[in-house]
Design a protein around this ligand. Structure first.
Ligand code: P6P
Length: 342
């Protein structure tokens, strides 16, 4: 991974997006302000996630069933924190969360704005008890309806038309990564000053890597091309001509961030349990695909570009194969050969 211009390292997220705004003379600042609110929500969630184990260990919540309810508390906390932080500011006309079955309207007492946001408030939260990295994912579109309350139509837009996408990974440090489509920038939270400081300006994924990431427990449910691809990554029958190392965390943001930083490929292909794929298009696959392609990588379902899919349902699921260009293009060729042979 290349880290881009050194002069940006250490500036705050707020300074960075203000500099970015200057590059667009017509910018009104509304978009910048929305990103600011998302950043504040990330700081609050990070504070709570960091003490999740402590809360359970000391029984401060009084919950005995650590696994489910503790996770639910944090999921709900993260969800409510994001909604509360962005619904009153006049940036959004509608929101959608992985935690909510239906679109989240803007309360009538607040102004509506030009954007629609989809988010996964705490992806991978089932890993909290194992102290595994988890994350928040967000995706922003410009509204397509004329005015008033935003609708499903404002949310069901193809990934290619996103204005911004990003994630926050709550790992050994809290890192916010975002793109507006051309460059990808990473910011590390310095808890001593309470600021996200630019640590990874203009991230570019290596052209190819040496790590593949997939849940091999699903092998028996894969189709033939998927099995051939994973076998090829393991035994060297791939464009790079070497056997890859396997890393799988089971938390999308963590597996994605490692792939972005080190290169290689992450796969969540269809399997018997999830014939359409497990990951959600709007709150997981599309924002991650937007980030990866802005970083010079590629994102596919195996049979089509993730960013070209026209969503039809709020929580529809898709396969996601994402990573270095060389590996992902090879994967697409294997699926295409299989389709052509049928
Ligand atoms: P599996 C977490 O539950 C999640 O939605 C993603 O964060 C992660 O990539 C995937 O599911 C892991 O799924 O089936 O391998 O446990």
């Amino acid at each position: 991974m290349s880290r881009g211009p050194k002069d940006r390292i250490g500036i705050t997220f707020s300074q960075h997006i203000a500099l970015q705004q200057k590059r667009f003379p017509g910018a009104t600042g509304t978009f910048t302000a929305l990103l600011q609110e998302i950043m504040v929500a990330a700081k609050i969630i990070s504070r709570e996630v960091r003490k999740a184990g402590l809360v359970d260990a000391l029984g401060l919540t009084g919950h005995t069933n650590i696994q489910g309810e503790a996770v639910q508390i944090l999921d709900e906390f993260a969800n409510e924190t994001i909604i509360r932080n962005v619904r009153h500011t006049g940036h959004l006309c509608v929101m959608s969360s992985e935690e909510n079955a239906d679109p989240i309207p803007i309360p009538e007492e607040y102004p509506r704005g030009p954007y629609a946001m989809t988010f996964d408030p705490l992806d991978g939260s089932s890993n909290i008890d194992a102290n595994v990295s988890i994350g928040t994912i967000f995706s922003v579109h410009r509204r397509v309806t004329a005015g008033g309350d935003g609708t499903l139509e404002d949310l069901l837009q193809p990934g290619r038309s996103q204005l911004a996408a990003g994630y926050v990974i709550y790992g050994s440090s809290t890192i916010l990564v975002y793109t507006t489509g051309t460059e990808v920038h990473g910011f590390t939270l310095d808890p001593t000053v309470g600021e996200f400081l630019c640590s990874h300006p203009n991230i570019k994924i290596p052209e190819s890597g040496g790590i593949y990431s997939v849940n091999e427990g699903n092998t028996s449910g894969w189709d033939d091309p998927t099995r051939r691809i994973v076998d090829g990554l393991k035994n060297g029958a791939n464009p790079v001509g070497k056997a890859y190392s396997s890393r799988y965390i089971g938390s999308l943001v963590a597996d994605f961030h490692r792939t972005l930083v080190y290169g290689g490929i992450f796969l969540y292909p269809p399997d018997r349990k999830s014939p359409r794929g497990k990951l959600r298009l709007l709150s997981e696959a599309a924002p991650m695909a937007f980030i990866m392609e802005a970083a010079g990588g590629r994102a596919t379902t195996g049979r089509e570009s993730v960013l070209e899919i026209q969503p039809t349902e709020l929580h529809q699921r898709v396969p996601l194969i994402v990573g270095s260009r060389r590996e992902v293009e090879w994967v697409e060729s294997v699926y295409k050969e299989d389709a052509d042979a049928r």
